[in-house]
Design a protein around this ligand. Structure first.
Ligand SMILES: O=C(O)CCC(=O)C(=O)O
Ligand SMILES: [Fe+2]
Length: 340
C-alpha cells in the first residue's frame, strides 16, 4: 500500500532512481504533436447514412490504424462526467479508505495496485490503477469499492452502457469482416474489466513513463481520457499524440482482434507519458474472451490463399504468455504464430 504513488508522489522533488526509464525507451524532451490523421468515427452520423456506411468506416479505422476516436456513440455525457468524477474522488480518498483493496496478486478480481508488475519489474511506471471485473455486474459488485458511496451505482450504469457500446462496435467490425452475426458472443466478450488509471504529476516527465510501450491483450479497449494529454500511439516508427476530445472514447483494438481477423487488424503499440504539473486520470473499459474460451482466426477468413497466421489457443494460455514475456505484448505472438 505504501508503494502507491498517491501515498508519496506529491512530497518528492526529484524522480526516484527506480522510476528512471532506460535511455532507449524514455520519452526525453521531444515534443510529440497531436496526430491529425487518427480516424474520428462519428457513430450517429455514420449510421444515419446507412448501416453499410458505418460498417465501412469502423472497419477501415480498425484495419488501417487499429485505433480510432469514437464520438456521438450514445453513452450519456452526464454518465461519462459522473464516472470521471467518481474515479478522481476514489484516488483522492485518504489511504485508510483504499487500503483493503491493495493487492499484488494479478489474478485478484478487484485490486488497487501501482505501476504494472511492481514486484517483478526492473523499474517502475508512474501510475496507480484500480481494476475490477464488471460483467455480469451482480457477480462482482460485492467486491467493488464501497467508497465513494456513489461508486457502485455509477459504475454499474457505466459498465452496462460500455458493454452495449463495445458490443455494437464489434458487431460493425464483425459485419465488415464477413463474420457470422453472433460471432462475438459471451464466450469472446464475457470477460469485462473496468479500470481507472491515475497518473499524478511527475517530477521528471522526460525520464519517466506512465505506462510502457505495450499492446493490449484484450479484444477491445475503450479509453475515456480527461482533458490532459498523455496517450501516444506508435505507428511507422513514430510516436503520435492522441488529442483528448471531450466525450470521445479512444478505441484500441486488442491482440484478440488481431488473431480473430487473421491479421487484417493490427493491435497498435501505445504508451502513456506524464507531465510535471497536471494530474491525469483515464477510465478504461476492456472486453476479452473468458479464460477458458478458444480464440482462433475466424474460419470464414481462411482459405487456400489465406492460411491461418495464428494457432488456436485458450485465452488463459495467451494471457499467461503475455505476462511471462515481460515485454508488454510485443513478442507474445512468437508462441502463437503458425510457422511457415
Ligand atoms: O491511460 C491511457 O491513456 C491509456 C491506458 C492504457 O493504455 C491501458 O490501460 O492499457
Ligand atoms: Fe493499453
Amino acid at each position: 500500500m505504501e508503494k502507491l504513488l498517491s501515498n508519496w508522489s506529491s512530497a518528492v522533488k526529484s524522480l526516484p532512481e527506480n522510476y528512471v526509464i532506460p535511455v532507449d525507451s524514455r520519452p526525453g524532451d521531444v515534443k510529440v504533436p497531436f496526430c491529425k490523421s487518427i480516424p474520428v468515427v462519428d457513430l450517429k452520423t455514420a449510421l444515419s447514412r446507412g448501416r453499410h456506411h458505418a460498417v465501412q468506416q469502423v472497419l477501415e479505422a480498425s484495419c488501417d490504424f487499429g485505433f480510432f476516436q469514437l464520438i456521438n456513440h450514445g453513452v450519456d455525457d452526464d454518465l461519462m462526467i459522473d464516472t470521471m468524477r467518481v474515479a478522481k474522488e476514489f484516488f483522492d480518498m485518504p489511504n485508510e479508505d483504499k487500503a483493503s483493496l491493495y493487492s499484488e496478486d494479478p489474478n485478484k478480481e478487484c485490486r488497487l495496485f501501482t505501476s504494472v508488475e511492481y514486484e517483478n519489474e526492473k523499474f517502475h511506471f508512474w501510475r496507480d490503477n484500480l481494476h475490477h471485473q464488471c460483467h455480469p455486474v451482480d457477480d462482482f459488485i460485492h467486491l467493488w469499492p464501497q467508497k465513494p458511496i456513489r461508486y457502485r451505482d455509477v459504475i454499474t450504469k457505466y459498465s452496462i452502457q460500455m458493454g452495449n457500446l463495445s458490443t455494437r462496435v464489434l458487431e460493425l467490425i464483425g459485419e465488415g469482416l464477413g463474420l457470422e452475426p453472433d460471432y462475438f458472443g459471451d464466450e469472446l466478450t464475457g470477460n469485462r474489466i473496468f479500470s481507472i488509471n491515475d497518473f499524478p504529476p511527475c517530477p521528471s516527465p522526460s525520464l519517466a513513463l506512465g505506462l510502457p510501450k505495450h499492446c493490449d491483450p484484450t479484444l477491445t479497449t475503450f479509453v475515456q481520457q480527461d482533458d490532459i494529454c498523455g496517450l501516444q500511439v506508435y505507428r511507422n516508427g513514430e510516436w503520435l499524440g492522441v488529442e483528448p476530445i471531450p466525450n470521445a472514447f479512444v478505441v484500441i483494438l486488442g491482440q484478440q482482434a488481431q488473431v480473430i481477423s487473421n491479421g487484417k487488424i493490427t493491435s497498435p503499440a501505445h504508451r502513456v507519458v506524464t507531465t510535471s504539473k497536471d494530474h491525469r486520470t483515464t477510465i478504461v473499459f476492456a472486453m476479452s474472451p473468458k479464460l477458458d474460451s478458444i480464440v482462433e482466426p475466424a474460419k470464414v477468413l481462411i482459405d487456400n490463399f489465406n492460411p491461418p497466421l495464428y494457432k488456436a489457443f485458450q485465452f488463459k494460455t495467451f494471457r499467461k504468455t503475455f505476462r511471462e514475456k515481460k515485454d508488454y505484448g510485443e513478442e507474445v505472438f512468437e508462441d502463437f504464430h503458425v510457422k511457415a
